[in-house]
Design a protein around this ligand. Sequence first.
Ligand SMILES: Cc1cc2nc3c(=O)[nH]c(=O)nc-3n(C[C@H](O)[C@H](O)[C@H](O)COP(=O)(O)O)c2cc1C
Length: 321
Amino acid sequence: MNFWRNLQRPIMVLAPMADVTDPAFRRIVAKYGKPDVLWTEFVSADGLFSSGYDVLIKELEFTEPERPIVAQFFTSDPNMMGKAASLARQLGFDGVDINMGCPDKHIVRRGGGAHLIKCPQLAQEIIRAAQQGAGDLPVSVKTRIGWNKNELETLLPALLEPEPALITIHARTRSEMSSVPARWEHVKRAVEIRNEQRSNTFIFGNGDVTSVADGLRKVVETGCDGVMIGRAIFGNPWLFAKQPPANLPQMRLEVLVEHTKVYAELLPHKPFAIMKKHYQAYVTGWAGAKELRGKLMNAKTASAVASISRLPEWFVPPPVI
Ligand SMILES: Cc1cc2nc3c(=O)[nH]c(=O)nc-3n(C[C@H](O)[C@H](O)[C@H](O)COP(=O)(O)O)c2cc1C
C-alpha cells in the first residue's frame, strides 16, 4: 500500500498550501497539469474532533482524478494525530502527512507545526501514532532544517527512526519563515544523512523551485527522490503539465472563471476574498491586466467574475511560435 514505491522517481508534487490547495484548486490542477501527487492543505487534527468537524471535513473532499492524494494534519497530540490518520484511511486517502514545518505563531503556540522541531521525542510519538491510525497507508513528514539554525544532524535521525515513508525538507529554518532563499545544500546533506542511516525513507526537497525543469536540476544537484513545488503554481495550473500550453492571457482568464465557479460551488462557506490571491496571479503580464485586477478585487460572486473577465477589445494576442 506504500504508493510512493510505485511512482517513477524523481517524483514531482504540489505543496500543501492553506487556502490554496483547497478542493476547488486541486480539481483545476488535476485537470490542467497533474503533479505526481497532490496534497490537501493542512487540517487541524484537534479541530476535526471538536466543533470544527463540519467545516474541516469539507477541506478533505477530493475526486478520483486527484489521486494519489495525501491528507496533511497538524497537532501536538499523538492521540489526535492517530484519530486523524484513521479518518484519512476511512475517507480513502492514499497517504497521511504530518506538518512539522508551519512557522505560524498561532500553530506553534499550540505546540504544532514547526514547534515539533524542538521536541523530537514528541515528533516521533506523533509519527508512530499516525502510522498506527493510518494502518497500511504510508505516513510522511514535512519539516524545515531547524528552528533558528540548521539542526538536520540531530533532527533528521530522530525523524527517520520511526521509518516514515517520506520526509520533505523545506530548506529554511522556522525563524527564516520564507524571507531568505532556500538553501538546497541542506537537502543534499539530508540525503547523505538518510544514506548514512541506511534508511529507506524518501527525501524530497522544497523551497523556491520555479518549474519542473528547475526541480529536475535540483534533483541532480542533491540526489533527492523528489521535489515539492508550491508558489510557482499561482496563476499557472499548467505547471506540472507534460506538454504545457502557451499559457496565453485568454486561457488564463478562462481558467480563472472556471476556478471561481468551482470554488463558489464547493466552498460556499469560505470567504470569496480567498480567490483574490489567485486573481493577482492569473491576471498579469498584459496591457490592461492592472485595470481588470482592480475590477476583480471588488467582485463578490462567480457570475460577476465571469462577466468582467475579458481581455480589452484592443488586445492583440502575441504570435504563437
Ligand atoms: C499560502 C501558503 C500556504 C501554505 N500552507 C501550508 C500548509 O498548509 N502546510 C504546509 O506544510 N506548508 C504550507 N505552506 C508552505 C509550502 O508548502 C512550501 O513549503 C513553501 O511555500 C515553500 O515552497 P515554494 O517556495 O515552492 O512555495 C504554505 C505556503 C504558502 C505560500
